[in-house]
Design a protein around this ligand. Structure first.
Ligand code: AIR
Length: 163
């Protein structure tokens, strides 16, 4: 008898090879940056982050989830992010913009917040800016300028390139 078999006449080495191939395929496609936002109305601004990352060859995914309207989804996404292979999360929201802070509360990954303007913004988005930047000590959110999703992507690229 030669070699260990894994059933159906396939050797263990063959099965391991197939598993490794399947996993490496997954790793190639796995997003490194998660881009999330509080509403579909934020998409026109936030998709600029995806465009910038894609142009830099950095894999990314983009999702809509609200810290206030879908709190369980946000918690699950944040808790699973590191295990899924994400390296940075970019989170954009307008108004009482809790999303980046809530994400940072649930993950050790670096979180970049994008304060957004919306139809109900006050003071040109200052509401969202303060909601995002004024995090309590120990739970940081790196914050870019109002509506500046492109800079969030550029910062995510620097974090990934220097890690
Ligand atoms: N928002 C959604 N859930 C919590 C917050 N803070 C934000 C969105 C959007 C704004 O509320 O990020 O910028 C308005 O959302 P909508 O869906 O009414 O257009």
């Amino acid at each position: 008898m030669s070699g260990t078999t894994a059933g159906d006449g396939e050797s263990l080495a063959e099965v391991q090879g197939e598993v490794e191939q399947a996993l490496s395929g997954l790793a190639v496609d796995a997003p490194l940056v998660g881009i999330i936002m509080g509403s579909a109305s934020d998409m026109p601004v936030m998709e600029k982050a995806a465009k910038e990352l894609t142009e830099r060859g950095i894999s990314n995914e983009i999702r809509v989830m609200s810290a206030h309207r879908d709190p369980d989804t946000v918690a699950d996404y944040s808790k699973n992010a590191q295990m899924r292979g994400l390296k940075v999360i970019i989170a954009g929201a307008g108004l009482a913009a809790a999303l980046p802070g809530v994400v940072a509360a649930h993950t050790a990954l670096p979180v970049i917040g994008v304060p957004l303007t919306s139809s109900m913004s006050v003071a040109g988005g200052l509401d969202a800016l303060l909601s995002i930047v004024q995090m309590p000590p120990g739970v940081p959110v790196a914050t870019v300028g109002v509506d500046n999703a492109k800079n969030a992507a550029a910062l995510a690229a620097r974090i990934i390139d220097t890690a």
